[in-house]
Design a protein. Structure first.
Length: 259
């Protein structure tokens, strides 16, 4: 096993290490990055969807640096890693918290970062764990390498027959079938794109449920239900008041006639 199978692993792991993350925690972060982009800062989502960069930002603005793809791979890698760690630190994955939570286990680190920071619609956790374990072992052996490359691993490159790049769905199927990247799996683009579209729908459902469990969501729901109940009560009180007024008016009229 060499670092060539894990693009930019040395440079990516060195960044969180300087910020205080342990080797295991940094490997877990890389495992997530590898699953999203194979470590390529210039990656854009194949087949559409708008995802960009190391963690395929989609629907959110990278912070604190929004300009994440400029064509300069070294600059973009550094910029995006700053954004990744800034996000992690505000989502229960700061160095001290994550180090304590994962110990020396890169597998736990990969799962922890995905759950707290990445929160992928379809995590394919086995791939994240496999990459984290691999680069952790390379790191222990001092074989992570250095430098910046925009070359994707064999998982996201074109097929050996020279056909068009695989769609996201095709890549996912390939990774699941062969996490080590030893099998060249080709899926026809129309089929792959269809599967990708289905995957995005499931991702949207996952995001809906993510929002559903947030406290502020239930506060809003409770306020809405409370408003409806108060409206019904008020309406019933007004109706009862109208009936009382009509009844009283009738009695007054009857008394006047009797007099």
């Amino acid at each position: 096993m060499t670092s060539n199978a894990y693009p930019n692993a040395g440079t990516i792991i060195a960044f969180p290490r300087k910020e205080g993350y342990s080797l295991a925690a940094a490997a877990g972060i890389y495992g997530n990055i590898y699953q999203e982009s194979t470590g390529n800062p210039e990656a854009t989502e194949i087949g559409g969807g708008g995802g960009e960069g190391l963690i395929q930002w989609t629907g959110t603005t990278p912070y604190p640096n929004a300009n994440i793809i400029t064509g300069n791979a070294s600059t973009d890698l550094s910029t995006q890693l700053q954004d990744v760690l800034a996000w992690a630190k505000t989502n229960n994955a700061s160095p001290s918290v994550m180090n304590a939570a994962v110990g020396n286990d890169p597998s736990t680190a990969a799962q922890y970062f995905e759950t707290n920071a990445e929160r992928a619609g379809t995590p394919d956790m086995s791939n994240r764990i496999a990459a984290a374990q691999a680069v952790y072992a390379l790191g222990q052996q001092g074989k992570l390498g250095s430098g910046v490359s925009t070359s994707a691993s064999t998982k996201s490159s074109t097929s050996s027959s020279g056909s068009a790049p695989l769609s996201n769905a095709a890549n996912i199927l390939e990774w699941v079938t062969d996490p080590a990247g030893k099998l060249a799996l080709t899926v026809a683009s129309p089929v792959g794109d269809s599967l990708a579209a289905i995957g995005k729908e499931f991702a949207s459902i996952g995001k809906f449920f993510d929002q559903l469990i947030l406290p502020e969501t239930w506060i809003r729901i409770g306020a809405c239900i409370g408003g409806v109940i108060m409206f019904i009560i008020g309406f019933m009180v007004l109706m009862h008041a109208d009936e009382s007024i009509e009844s009283a008016a009738g009695k007054v009229a009857a008394g006047a006639m009797a007099a």
